[in-house]
Design a protein around this ligand. Structure first.
Ligand code: 3PG
Length: 305
């Protein structure tokens, strides 16, 4: 079988070597398309492959149509909003993700962004500390749980809300479970977003919600830009000059956010999962999942059943 690794934002070399060893060890052939800049390069590369590994690369209906022999796509990472899973299902293409494999990397970056924000983006002015501050985690999945673990090391008071995770599971992790998103924003000094981009969550982080934050509130986004209602957040930052927004996903309205100097920062490229460790974990997991699929039809991590 031909296994394509198509990554606009490439894995670390060690991860690529690990993927190659897994794929070739199982008797398959690895094809690499890294740092591509044109959609056509992807359309050409998928033409004759049976499997592909991607990151945030867009696997659209057009890509799936061009991939005539494709049986399985593995998104090496958590969020699969970049893959047209419904169309893949129609075409009998299995789509999987690799949950948990890059979550520590993303969680560590939350604190990179947070320390940067509370220390006034290192502008020389006196900042504040995280110790004793209330942190609200919105969605208690793999990243949220890692954020909670690290937050305790900072001595933060940790809260979480997750519409799909029972309260006792949150409490068992030593985190205070609150009843609603509203309660999380009202109660916490910092809110860290870990919700996926779905029709229900898109634009759900709006002015009514963020506006509930206490004076000096900080919103951290290492999830997806689509969950933010950008026009409303821009307006709110205008009105509430005490609020800060730090993000690992550059908003569409980045230029407009930039006018809030000292209260806004976005990484130029999404960096949350961009560590050697996360690349190795997620990349090798993806390769192993593909091998298991071809060896015995295993679809344990399928997201388009
Ligand atoms: C994920 O969903 O796993 C993260 O957002 C990482 O995305 P990336 O592979 O594009 O860095």
């Amino acid at each position: 079988m031909k296994v394509l690794v198509a990554t606009e934002k490439p894995f670390a070399a060690a991860a690529v070597n690990g993927i190659k060893a897994e794929v070739e060890g199982a008797g398959h052939q690895l094809v690499l398309l890294e740092k591509y800049t044109e959609k056509q390069q992807l359309l050409d590369a998928v033409a004759d492959v049976e499997a592909m590994i991607v990151r945030s690369d867009k696997v659209t209906a057009e890509v799936l149509d061009a991939a005539k022999a494709l049986k399985i796509v593995v998104r090496a990472g958590a969020g699969f909003d970049n893959v047209d899973i419904a169309y893949a299902k129609e075409k009998n293409v299995v789509v999987e993700n690799t949950p948990g494999q890059n979550s520590n990397a993303v969680a560590e970056l939350v604190f990179g962004l947070l320390v940067y924000a509370v220390r006034n983006f290192y502008n020389g002015k006196s900042g504040s500390e995280l110790l004793g501050k209330k942190l609200g985690i919105l969605a208690f999945g793999n990243v949220g749980r890692n954020v909670a673990r690290i937050a305790k090391g900072f001595g933060m008071d940790v809260y979480a809300y997750d519409a799909f995770c029972p309260k006792d599971v949150i409490e068992a992790a030593g985190v205070k479970a609150v009843d609603s998103q509203d309660a999380l924003f009202e109660n916490c000094d910092v809110v860290s977003l870990h919700i996926p981009a779905t029709p229900e969550t898109k634009q759900s982080i709006n002015a009514a919600l963020v506006g509930k934050m206490k004076k000096g509130g900080i919103l951290v986004n290492t999830a997806r830009k689509e969950v933010i209602n950008e026009p409303e957040l821009l307006k709110l930052l205008e009105e509430r000059t005490d609020l800060k927004y730090v993000s690992d996903i550059m908003p569409d309205a980045h230029e407009e956010f930039c006018k809030f100097e000292g209260r806004y920062f976005a990484t130029p490229k999404k960096m949350g999962a961009q560590t050697a460790e996360a690349n190795i974990n997620a990349g090798i997991a993806a390769a192993k999942q593909i091998n298991a699929f071809f060896a015995d039809g295993c679809t344990k991590f399928q997201v388009n059943k």
